[in-house]
Design a protein around this ligand. Sequence first.
Ligand SMILES: Nc1ncnc2c1ncn2[C@@H]1O[C@H](COP(=O)(O)OP(=O)(O)OP(=O)(O)O)[C@@H](O)[C@H]1O
Length: 246
Amino acid sequence: MASAEYVTVRFGGLVAVNDASVPVPEGKIVGLIGPNGAGKTTLFATIAGFQRPNAGRIVFAGRDITRLPPHRRARLGIARTFQIVQPFAGLTVRENIAVGAHLRHVARAEALAAAEAVAQRVGLEPLLDLPAAALTVAGRKRLELARALATEPRLLLLDEVLAGLNPSEVRDMIPVIRAIRDDGVTVLMIEHVMQAVMALAEEVHVLAEGRIIARGAPEAVARDPAVIEAYLGHGAAARLAGAADA
Ligand SMILES: Nc1ncnc2c1ncn2[C@@H]1O[C@H](COP(=O)(O)OP(=O)(O)OP(=O)(O)O)[C@@H](O)[C@H]1O
């Protein structure tokens, strides 16, 4: 349904993404992993339209969208979350989600109603009337997810939505993300929390120094010693093996 094809992004002399291709089949959860600075966020930004690639193209639903601005892509059905969560602190949770819902619902009452439905999907319903500033980190992550979901995407790009959560909060979020996929939304997720990648992704792409260095089923990638030691850090082999066997 979507793909980054032979994408290169340069920042001055730095090649942040180097000839990287990532296909995202419809209805799947695809993981994008790799060490810090590998180029994951930059590749995401090219898919969402915030970053123009120096080479390569972005295809969505059979159409070359490389030159479309972010808001046009959002309208086509691409939504992303941001690593740094910045809700409108003075607005309520409901109003924050409605900001996303406004893309499809012009009338305020409709957007607010749509926001409620989305809140239910991500477990924020009891908190709808709280100011966003009152949310915990886990709540803010759910709100970030809800704001993206409220745009009614076909492709949802999740940038570390589980970062900063404790293990039980991660466990609580896994079924939420799976349910989004089951509702027909294709998901591409950047994630450092391996337990979640293993549990959720059907296919994983490994980015290191801008290049895709491995791809495949999470278990296969997880057992690739070269990938583990070279790109996920010392000791990752044991952590991944534990997660894959769980
Ligand atoms: N706007 C920019 N201008 C200059 N350099 C940038 C810019 N954005 C990213 N970079 C650099 O490009 C490289 C890739 O960064 P990117 O944020 O895409 O990596 P990442 O894999 O998402 O890392 P992390 O896991 O730490 O978020 C890094 O060396 C980063 O410093």
